[in-house]
Design a protein around this ligand. Structure first.
Ligand SMILES: *[C@@H]1O[C@H](CO)[C@@H](O)[C@H](O)[C@H]1NC(C)=O
Ligand SMILES: *[C@@H]1O[C@H](CO)[C@@H](O)[C@H](O)[C@H]1NC(C)=O
Ligand SMILES: *[C@@H]1O[C@H](CO)[C@@H](O)[C@H](O)[C@H]1NC(C)=O
Ligand SMILES: *[C@@H]1O[C@H](CO)[C@@H](O)[C@H](O)[C@H]1NC(C)=O
Ligand SMILES: *[C@@H]1O[C@H](CO)[C@@H](O)[C@H](O)[C@H]1NC(C)=O
Length: 503
């Protein structure tokens, strides 16, 4: 099984030099995110974050210093610190009103200080991209060969949809989610499929697609596709397989999306699989087709909004609201009974040391040091910790309290009674969705730079810097989030995570 998947990935990604990367491939297979080459811990323990802190080291525990004006859709960035470290990135988000003639938008895509996890839905960028497409009757996409945690699964489904729009797919199968094994977190397969609403809000997805991209019809399964008796299934498809003309390997496909559709059609035509209305063809991707579509090629407005087609389901949202109420009390703030404002400053931490973490990722000590640095710089005294590893979670809590008097809690400590039962009735990956939402509302968020879960939270919060016109993320952080962990280079160009993740 493992061997088979390794070889699948190899043939898809590196036809020629695969042997050079074989150990990474095996490691990558065991992870729920896949990464990187040449990762060395050759730095002294005192300089753990090679990117240093963002230039905006504001103190957050004092609400007067941190609270952005409540009436503003996009609060202005906090002022840069007086003495930024010499190599710190000079990140400043200047509101568009500073540029005469620049377009502005009043859409609130995200706000830290409320209980709304999604913000306004903005559908016109999707509508525009769908209008620009020439649609192909009979071409159907089945976006279900995904697995792992929320960061990977979101990107798999979104990438699959985006390729579907690009190639004019007039039908998609309602995406499904592969369940992870409960007792073996690294086993991402074989536990069967769950429906879309295992993670997501199905009603929202259907309504968005039918309103803004009605050319692409949703079918519940391949059985429901018109003329299914003539249906030809193409499984294990991998878009980069179509790249040719690059001298040595096929990774350049990432940069050739402008010619992708022609290549794709030519491939169908020359293999006698041209779909038409009465002879449909379905495409299903090979696993690990994600982080492949550089999001900014569709313009900032599409980059900022496309991901919002996938919202988490109502049960997860409701548990996150309960958890935030308890978190407010933990911080010493009376929760807003109307659930409008959320004003309890806490540090959000994602400690990524579960058993499926890869050996070359930052370990417990590296992560802990980095996170505590953020607590200290921002003078936060309370932390919400997401960590699937209970032993390490407690270890972190003890160290943080001992060193900084940082009082740490988690969803399992905060929720009580029926709410706790509702939480523990969920699977491991579903429980993590509650963390995902709670962490998006932290005053400052910090997590492991290798985790797509961490990155997704940081990217969502990054929308605060510019709304529809948000500029691309730059590591290690922005005024709202800081990624911890060192890397020298991404693994070839396989994982364009920073460029290919829709918030
Ligand atoms: C493939 O065939 C279809 C239907 O005949 C045609 O419309 C399309 O232009 C062809 N595409 C390419 C790239 O040859
Ligand atoms: C649709 O495709 C099938 C199979 O390739 C072909 O036999 C049929 O003639 C096509 N129909 C039209 C209307 O082009
Ligand atoms: C899903 O992906 C895996 C790994 O690439 C592959 O072995 C499997 O055949 C794919 N499933 C389908 C139905 O394409
Ligand atoms: C941490 O916070 C909780 C809840 O506010 C409080 O009961 C507890 O005493 C605090 N722990 C310490 C060590 O201060
Ligand atoms: C927790 O992390 C430790 C190392 O930090 C590891 O040895 C252990 O297997 C992990 N446990 C789980 C349940 O992930």
């Amino acid at each position: 099984m493992v061997q088979k998947q390794v070889s699948d990935m190899i043939t898809g990604v590196w036809r020629i030099k695969w042997w050079k990367y074989r150990y990474f491939l095996i490691a990558g297979l065991l992870a729920n995110i896949l990464l990187i080459n040449r990762f060395y811990f050759d730095q002294s323990i005192t300089d753990l974050n090679p990117f240093r802190s963002p230039s905006t080291d504001i103190k957050l525990e004092n609400p007067a210093a941190s609270a952005p004006s409540k009436d503003q859709a996009h609060p202005p960035p906090p002022p840069p610190s007086a003495s930024p470290s010499p190599n710190a990135p000079t990140y400043t988000a200047i509101p568009l009103t500073a540029y005469p003639g620049a377009p502005t938008s009043s859409a609130k895509l995200f706000n830290l200080q409320d209980y709304d996890f999604n913000g306004d839905y903005v559908g016109w960028p999707l509508e525009r991209v769908c209008h620009e497409t020439t649609w192909t009757p009979g071409l159907i996409y089945a976006c279900d060969n995904n697995s792992g945690g929320i960061g990977n699964i979101r990107n798999f489904i979104l990438s699959c949809l985006r390729y579907g729009i690009e190639t004019g797919a007039t039908g998609i199968i309602m995406p499904r989610i592969q369940r992870r094994h409960d007792d073996d977190l690294a086993n991402l397969f074989n536990a069967g499929f769950k429906p879309f609403d295992y993670f997501f809000d199905e009603e929202h997805f259907r309504s968005v697609m039918s309103t803004y991209c009605p050319q692409m019809v949703i079918y519940n399964s391949l059985e429901d596709v018109p003329h299914k008796d003539n249906l030809m299934n193409i499984d294990e498809y991998y878009p980069k397989d179509l790249a040719d003309g690059d001298c040595c390997d096929n990774r350049g496909a990432n940069k050739h999306l402008d010619v992708y559709r022609g290549k794709f059609e030519n491939w169908l035509n020359t293999t006698r699989r041209t779909p038409n209305a009465t002879h449909p063809v379905s495409i299903r991707y090979r696993w690990a087709m994600f982080f492949e579509w550089p999001i900014y090629r569709d313009g900032p407005e599409f980059a900022a909004t496309f991901g919002d087609v996938l919202r988490l389901n109502k049960e997860v949202e409701s548990l996150a609201v309960k958890t935030l109420d308890e978190m407010a009390k933990f911080v010493g703030v009376q929760p807003d009974p109307t659930h409008t404002k959320f004003e309890a400053p806490f540090l959000g931490v994602h400690l990524r040391t579960e058993s499926d973490a890869l050996g070359f990722w930052p370990d417990f000590n590296v992560q802990t040091e980095g996170y505590m640095k953020q607590a200290e710089a921002r003078e936060l005294k309370h932390a919400y910790l997401a960590c699937g590893n209970a032993t390490d979670g407690h270890r972190f809590g003890e160290m943080a309290y001992e060193k900084l008097k940082l009082n740490t809690t988690s969803k399992l400590d905060l929720l009580k009674g029926d709410d706790l039962k509702r939480l523990t009735d969920l699977t491991w990956d579903q429980q993590a969705l509650v963390d995902f939402l709670v962490l998006t509302k932290s005053a400052h968020f910090t997590g492991c730079s290798f985790s797509s879960f961490t990155m997704n939270i940081a990217f969502k919060r990054h929308l605060m810097t510019g709304g529809l016109f948000t500029r691309p993320w730059k590591s290690p952080g922005d005024p709202y989030s800081t990624l911890v962990g060192r890397f020298d280079s991404w693994y070839g160009d396989w994982m364009f995570m920073y460029e290919c993740m829709w918030p």
